[in-house]
Design a protein around this ligand. Structure first.
Ligand SMILES: [Fe+2]
Length: 180
């Protein structure tokens, strides 16, 4: 979906973080704690991009009276923020500087541009989230055989991201109701 990548600020931002993470892992092939901290900081950045997007989507949906979808996006924004906080705690445990990730870092999403149509929103979500999943997988490959605790955290967060992306398709096409 090259056209969508060009037109979706969300997907572009995630692609930008991925490119910087890839450059870092190339330049610092040994996952020493300082390198791992720098990589985890990029994951925090990606999570906050996601949290801000979902806050913006929630805001738009709630304003349009789509309360159920709005609540779903709010829940997702909160989950992404929790991911960022867990990564921040791991950075601190590794001796890095505790990142200041206050709730205000996400804001209410009013400054984040989102697509107008539901299909476009979901398509951009899928593209961006696929990028996040690739970012986590690359980070896990980088840590292969090292830093078991960081790997356990990233594995758990990756599972959350995969679950989220599965749920997203249902926003467009809810599962058929089972016949009695
Ligand atoms: Fe996340």
């Amino acid at each position: 979906m090259p056209g969508l990548l060009a037109s979706s600020p969300f997907a572009r931002e995630i692609a930008g973080v991925r490119a910087r993470a890839a450059a870092l892992m190339r330049a610092a092939p040994v996952p020493a704690p300082a390198n791992v901290c720098a990589l985890l900081e990029m994951l925090v950045e990606a999570e906050l991009v996601c949290a801000r997007r979902y806050a913006a989507l929630a805001r738009g949906q709630l304003a349009a009276g789509h309360n159920q979808l709005g609540a779903l996006f709010l829940e997702q924004a909160e989950e992404e923020l929790q991911h960022a906080l867990k990564l921040g705690a791991r950075i601190e445990a590794l001796g890095g500087k505790l990142l200041d990730v206050p709730a205000g870092a996400v804001g209410d999403g009013s400054d984040v541009a989102v697509e107008a149509g539901r299909l476009e929103i979901v398509a951009a979500n899928l593209l961006g989230e696929r990028g996040v999943i690739k970012l986590y997988r690359a980070a896990l490959r980088y840590l292969a055989g090292r830093d078991r605790e960081s790997r356990a955290l990233l594995t758990a967060l990756l599972a959350d991201e995969e679950r989220q992306i599965m749920g997203m398709g249902e926003v467009v096409s809810p599962p058929a109701r089972r016949a009695h």
